[in-house]
Design a protein around this ligand. Structure first.
Ligand SMILES: Nc1ncnc2c1ncn2[C@@H]1O[C@H](COP(=O)(O)OP(=O)(O)O)[C@@H](O)[C@H]1O
Ligand SMILES: [Mg+2]
Length: 339
């Protein structure tokens, strides 16, 4: 969709794991293509277990994909290896859900950030101190924290430190994997606002992973919706939330809690039911059909077409155009982007 202007382009990525069931495989990421423009904030949403983290981890090299290409700044990373690959890949940083996972308890905060600075060749101690102070300030932490250890910090402070350390290597892309969902409810909004502020100030592109659509809705310009390893709908966030055109996206949106108890009480129960099927044995045809309120017999046999609703909005469902039009959109018929 962004072809020419993409900073990061992931094409037909496949990542599989050996299942605990003998001889079976889990295709956690199944032929996924996504793109990020420079400085763009993009959401990746879907229920737990649908492959969001595996996609993110595959992009930064924490998992090894079986197929597909990752193109960063016009360079196909699969053509690189060793030091060249490591250096290139540094432009993509991962922010984990659990800040404990990315901090070493025996290192002070200052040491942790200095370690990242050394990677990019900042070895001068005075310059390191200067940058540490700057980075801590950027994430809203006092300079005095540099001499403290992760265990002395709150969850929110630790996540801020993890963000500061990611920023130390001057990345172009941040993959934020549910970075606020492990935090106390009361500080989620603060850390979320920090992401928005940094994104604006530093112009870092951000792939923001969340199972909570409400969080992504405000913050992003585009959203990808993932189900059982596949992207089933993508589009500009404004349109995707106003005119969700895949039954799964509609169900996900139906399950967003609202702050208003009157709306909450009067609302129909979410249309989504049942558990996500086993990824070792996904349903034939459309993967969502076993839980879909609109499933038809053909959905069991045919893989769903990618219906292009607008040049920036597509959904993989036979009735996508109907759902789109039901919400006030207008689609030129037979306008398919191919399966
Ligand atoms: N290291 C692994 N080994 C085996 N299966 C895995 C591994 N990591 C993830 N999976 C499986 O891959 C699927 C996708 O997981 P994940 O990417 O963590 O989803 P999400 O982040 O959307 O919750 C799940 O079925 C999960 O159990
Ligand atoms: Mg995850």
């Amino acid at each position: 969709m962004l072809e020419k202007t993409a900073l990061l382009s992931v094409r037909n990525l496949v990542t599989r794991f050996k299942s605990v069931e003998r001889g079976k495989w889990i295709t956690a990421v199944d032929d996924v293509s996504i793109e990020l423009a420079p400085g763009e904030m993009v959401g990746l949403v879907g229920e737990s277990g649908c492959g969001k983290s595996t996609l993110g981890r595959s992009i930064v090299g924490l998992e090894k994909p079986q197929a597909g290409r990752i193109i960063l700044d016009g360079v196909d990373l699969s053509t690189l290896s060793g030091r060249t690959l490591r250096e290139r890949r540094r432009a993509i940083q991962y922010v984990f859900q659990d800040p404990y996972a990315s901090l070493n308890d025996r290192q002070t905060i200052g040491e942790a950030i200095a370690e990242a600075l050394i990677i990019i060749g900042v070895v001068d101690k005075v310059e390191q101190r200067r940058r540490i102070r700057l980075l801590l300030d950027q994430v809203g932490l006092p300079d005095a924290l540099a001499d403290r250890y992760p265990r002395e910090l709150s969850g929110g402070q630790r996540q801020r430190v993890a963000i500061a350390r990611s920023l130390a290597v001057e990345p172009k892309v941040l993959i934020c994997d549910e970075p606020v969902s492990a935090l106390d409810l009361s500080i989620r909004a603060q850390v979320m606002n920090l992401f928005l502020k940094l994104h604006k100030e530093l112009q870092v592109a951000c792939l923001f992973i969340a199972h909570d659509l409400a969080l992504v809705r405000q913050a992003t310009t585009r959203t990808y919706v993932m189900y059982l390893g596949k992207i089933i709908e993508e589009g500009s966030s404004g349109e995707l939330y106003a005119q969700p055109s895949h039954p799964y996206t509609r169900a996900l949106l139906g399950s967003i809690p609202t702050a208003d108890p009157r709306i909450e009480a009067s609302r129909a129960p979410p249309a989504i039911f049942g558990d996500i099927p086993s990824p070792t044995n996904p349903p034939s045809g459309c993967r969502f059909r076993t839980r879909c309120p609109d499933a038809m017999p053909a959905c069991a046999s045919d893989p769903p077409p990618a219906v292009e609703l607008t040049p920036s909005h597509r959904a993989r469902c036979v009735i996508a155009a109907d759902l789109y039009e039901a919400k006030g959109g207008s689609v030129g018929r037979n306008h398919y982007a191919g399966a």
